[in-house]
Design a protein. Structure first.
Length: 255
């Protein structure tokens, strides 16, 4: 049995988090591979997210499903909340997933088969599987994702297809060696910097195709609209600028 921590960062997730917690509860009742520390991390939400977390903690622990920790941070961004939660996790294997449960936690069972050989195992919405369609994004979002993946592999001369994926299983010892040297200011791209640090330090990375159920109500990238494309394009432009900044950091000797 593996001792793992599963982290779910949340910001104003009162509508999506209850459904995710029900999925996790159902999975916890049938899985027997892990002893789990579930970390619910509130990124300074101004809705009822923290109350939902506290309620879940009581329910899960009363039913002996797993230990639940609730962290209530000031609002600093999704990735900063994730990184703070990494540091406060108790186990040697740390995992993270998103609040909308776009990728089901049962995939961690598949990931665990590679723990002996790899330091980071992460989902890929880009890699194809014969058993399922990896992603259900619309054409515009799928095109942008594939373009970013190709651009990332060309710039950094690596075989990492989906560095932005928010579904990972990581050995904490290696993670902590990288975490304190994250320098990128762009919150959304810091997870790519972390993945890239593993690559540059020759820590082993395994990508596995995962079935991803994309939520159009994404907190990270707004919907594309022909009537008002500017919000979507601003995010894309911001990511390209952040990618250029990441390349500059990557070329430094102490990256």
């Amino acid at each position: 049995m593996f001792n793992i921590s599963i982290i779910i960062p949340c910001y104003n997730e009162e509508n999506r988090l209850p459904h995710t917690l029900k999925k996790i509860e159902s999975w916890l009742k049938i899985q027997n591979l892990f002893k789990i520390e579930l970390i619910l991390s509130n990124d300074g939400s101004n809705d009822n997210t923290i109350d939902i977390m506290q309620s879940a903690k009581k329910q899960f622990e009363e039913n002996n499903l797993c230990e639940v920790k609730v962290f209530d941070f000031i609002h600093r961004g999704y990735i900063e909340t994730l990184f703070d939660s990494y540091k406060q996790s108790s186990n040697g294997i740390v995992c993270n997933m998103e609040a909308d449960c776009s990728i089901h936690p049962k995939n961690f069972e598949i990931f665990s088969k590679y723990l002996e050989e790899y330091d980071m195992i992460q989902g890929s919405r880009i890699l194809k599987s014969s058993q399922f369609k990896s992603d259900n994004k619309n054409f515009i979002r799928s095109f942008v994702s594939v373009f970013f993946s190709v651009l990332f592999r060309i710039i950094f001369k690596c075989k990492i297809y989906d560095p932005q994926c928010g579904f990972k299983m990581i050995k904490k010892e290696k993670l902590m060696r990288c975490l304190n040297s994250i320098k990128l200011q762009h919150d959304g791209m810091k997870i790519s910097e972390l993945t890239l640090k593993f690559h540059k330090r020759n820590y082993s990375i395994k990508e596995i195709p995962v079935e991803n159920f994309h939520d159009d109500d994404s907190r990270l990238v707004p919907k594309f609209s022909l009537l008002n494309p500017l919000p979507f394009l601003k995010v894309i432009f911001s990511n390209v600028i952040a990618l250029a900044s990441l390349y500059k950091l990557y070329k430094q000797e102490n990256f």
